[in-house]
Design a protein around this ligand. Structure first.
Ligand SMILES: [Fe+2]
Ligand SMILES: [Fe+2]
Length: 397
């Protein structure tokens, strides 16, 4: 560590930041202890973290290897999924008509803060020699919220394609009908986030490399349940955590309404993910296959907790003024980010428990990661979207 510090300290800032990025990529891969997890996430990590495939300014092609599962008898096989399908049909909304797009948004207006003013701890930035005045703080919040919403949008694009793939591949017939509504939901989410970014914020950040890694890994895995675990449980859990945090923090009324509607849809998606996987993991998989998924979920959970560092914002604001290491300290110590991590794991951990991926075998690892406090929480099937929003509204008040 000492040697690394002294070598890093002697490098010019641009080179130092590049070396830091490579070291971080190497660390991500070396942390994966299970070789099966490494086979799944390793190639995706190279494409995302080293080659920056999501940032080449050209469309990305990801080969998919799943098989479409046809059933010519059209069984009514999953009443709970059929019920979700009915609720999803009734809950459809129109991104054009149902949101108050006439509201004009000024992300730098201190009267209507788009992010909580204490999202970043400015003392921490000052400790590293960066002092921002009032106007700059508002502009930094504008960048951060735009970065977050851009990642939501990229995640929604992944969710749209993953939902379509899973609809083909899943063996439950009622799941396929439900899946069709989810494809529509995700299409609408892409529509509303991209419209908000384009019309109200006027900017879009590139996809975060770690988010790219997760999307790449699940899109290119031929096993439907890996796509499902990756998207319906992990990424949707991450998204719900992030949407909920932003929902409680923002005072911007259009964004608040948009997030509320998206949260109601996402709660259904996670619910579907939990019931489908619970059945599949407990009835179809061998212990060896189950433990692989358990390890995979743990690695992805760590990736989501430790690696979403908003480097795209760092590059724009602080490259050359701060080291990436100092920026990580600022992000990890940001009250807004810790609220986000808390909400994400509060949702995610009980779902992993419910589907059978949190057995005593993996518990010590979660304990070491400091996630024990979430073990006893409510899983998605015990919590409707409406209850979730009501809780959040109380929290925000
Ligand atoms: Fe979505
Ligand atoms: Fe979703």
């Amino acid at each position: 560590m000492m040697l690394k510090d002294s070598v890093m300290g002697s490098l010019p800032p641009v080179v130092r930041d590049q070396v830091d990025a490579w070291l971080e990529a190497a660390e991500v891969v070396s942390e994966m202890k299970d070789p099966r997890v490494l086979r799944s996430l390793g190639p995706a990590s190279v494409r995302g973290l080293i080659l920056h495939r999501g940032k080449q300014g050209t469309p990305t092609k990801m080969p998919a290897h799943h098989s479409a599962h046809f059933d010519w008898t059209y069984p009514a096989d999953q009443p709970e999924m059929r019920d979700l399908y009915k609720r999803a049909k009734a809950g459809q909304w129109d991104g054009d008509k149902d949101l108050p797009w006439s509201i004009s948004v000024d992300p730098e207006n201190p009267e209507v803060p788009i992010l909580a003013p204490d999202f970043i701890d400015h003392q921490l930035l000052a400790k590293h020699g960066v002092r921002l005045d009032e106007k700059e703080r508002l502009r930094l919040d504008y960048s951060l919220v735009t970065w977050m919403l851009s990642q939501f949008l990229h995640g929604e694009q992944g969710a749209l394609f993953a939902a379509a793939q899973v609809t083909e591949a899943v063996q439950f017939f009622d799941g396929k009908l439900y899946g069709a509504t989810q494809v529509m939901d995700e299409g609408r989410h892409v529509e509303v986030f991209s419209r908000y970014l384009q019309d109200k914020l006027g900017r879009l950040y590139q996809v975060n490399d770690n988010l790219f890694v997760i999307i790449d890994a699940l899109m290119t895995d031929g096993r439907w349940d890996m796509k499902f675990l990756g998207m319906q449980i992990m990424v949707e859990g991450l998204a719900l955590g992030a949407f909920s945090t932003l929902f409680t923090m923002t005072k911007e009324p259009l964004l608040k309404e948009l997030l509320k509607r998206v949260i109601l849809d996402e709660a259904r998606h996670v619910h579907y993910g939990v019931i489908a996987l619970k059945q599949h993991i407990n009835q179809e998989l061998s212990e060896r296959e189950r433990s692989e998924r358990e390890d995979w979920a743990y690695e992805v959970a760590l990736l989501m907790r430790n690696r979403f560092m908003a480097y795209e914002v760092f590059d724009e604001w602080f490259a050359g003024r701060l080291s990436r290491e100092a920026w990580r300290e600022v992000v990890l110590g940001a009250p807004g980010m810790s609220r986000f991590r808390h909400t994400m794991f509060k949702r995610l951990v009980p779902n992993l428990r419910d589907i059978g991926l949190m057995t005593p075998r993996i518990m010590p690892a979660y304990e070491r990661a400091g996630l024990t406090e979430y073990f006893g929480g409510k899983a998605a099937p015990e919590l409707t979207g409406e209850q979730m929003v009501a809780d959040l509204e109380r929290e925000a008040a």
